[in-house]
Ligand binder design. Structure first.
Ligand code: DC
Length: 223
């Protein structure tokens, strides 16, 4: 049976960096579940689907073909034979992704796709509902958080370094908080800290410290 490390938390808490490093250290495949919600959003916008209409999004959801391939320590998601890359990381996708992720048909489709990834081996999966809905029985479940200021600072730095956008820190913070609000109050599988999940507040921690804290708990959980 494949082992799964599940990591949830709000935007910009450092889930991706931590998951990637932990996966690399343990030989587990990294799975960025947010990329799947972003892909659905990207495709919906590209086809002119009204992302504010849950019915329109639900009708569109089954049409997006996503191919999953284990490559370079991660599960990579291909659409039409191509990797989406930073096309799914724009401010426009940020603004619409929470709406698309609120639609039950989208969540059901992505949840079963994620659960099926265990066929590829051990996984470290990050997202918003991994510890509560996708892999709630994993013995290694984490809630990674940080202050809104720390999260906005990190996310802005990432966007500038990648040449995706150059918004003010306040604008990045407002966008993060708007998404958090929708993600944690939606009807289906909202972001929440589940019972029995190990919480790490990374506001004043280095990336190395967070990685070590996760690894220590994983060793405890899996022996
Ligand atoms: O982690 P991210 O910013 O790439 O996520 C993009 C959007 O998808 C965000 O609105 C949260 C949502 N999401 C979700 O609802 N459930 C997940 N497991 C992962 C992401």
């Amino acid at each position: 049976m494949s082992k799964v490390i599940a990591i949830d938390g709000p935007s910009g808490a450092g889930k991706s960096s931590v998951s990637r490093i932990v996966g690399g250290r343990l030989g587990y495949l990294h799975v960025d579940s947010g990329a799947l919600y972003r892909i659905m959003t990207w495709q919906a916008l590209a086809r002119g689907v009204d992302t504010d209409s849950p019915d329109a999004v639900a009708a569109f959801a089954p049409q997006v073909e996503i191919e999953c391939r284990p490559e370079a320590g991660a599960i990579r998601f291909y659409v039409g034979g191509e990797l989406p890359g930073d096309r799914i990381r724009t401010p426009e996708i940020n603004a619409h992704a929470s709406h698309v992720a609120s639609v039950k048909a989208v969540r059901d489709r992505i949840t079963s796709l994620l659960q099926g990834l265990v066929r590829f081996g051990d996984l470290v999966v990050e997202g918003r509902d991994i510890t509560t809905a996708v892999f709630p029985d994993s013995p290694a479940r984490f809630y990674l958080t940080a202050s809104a200021e720390a999260r906005a600072r990190r996310r802005r730095k990432e966007e500038v370094e990648k040449g995706i956008a150059d918004q003010s820190e306040d604008a990045v913070k407002a966008s993060l908080l708007a998404r958090d609000a929708i993600d944690s109050t939606r009807k289906y599988a909202p972001l929440r800290k589940a019972d029995g999940v190990y919480e790490i507040d990374s506001s004043d921690m280095t990336l190395d410290e967070v990685v070590e804290a996760v690894l220590a708990k994983v060793h405890e959980a899996f022996g």
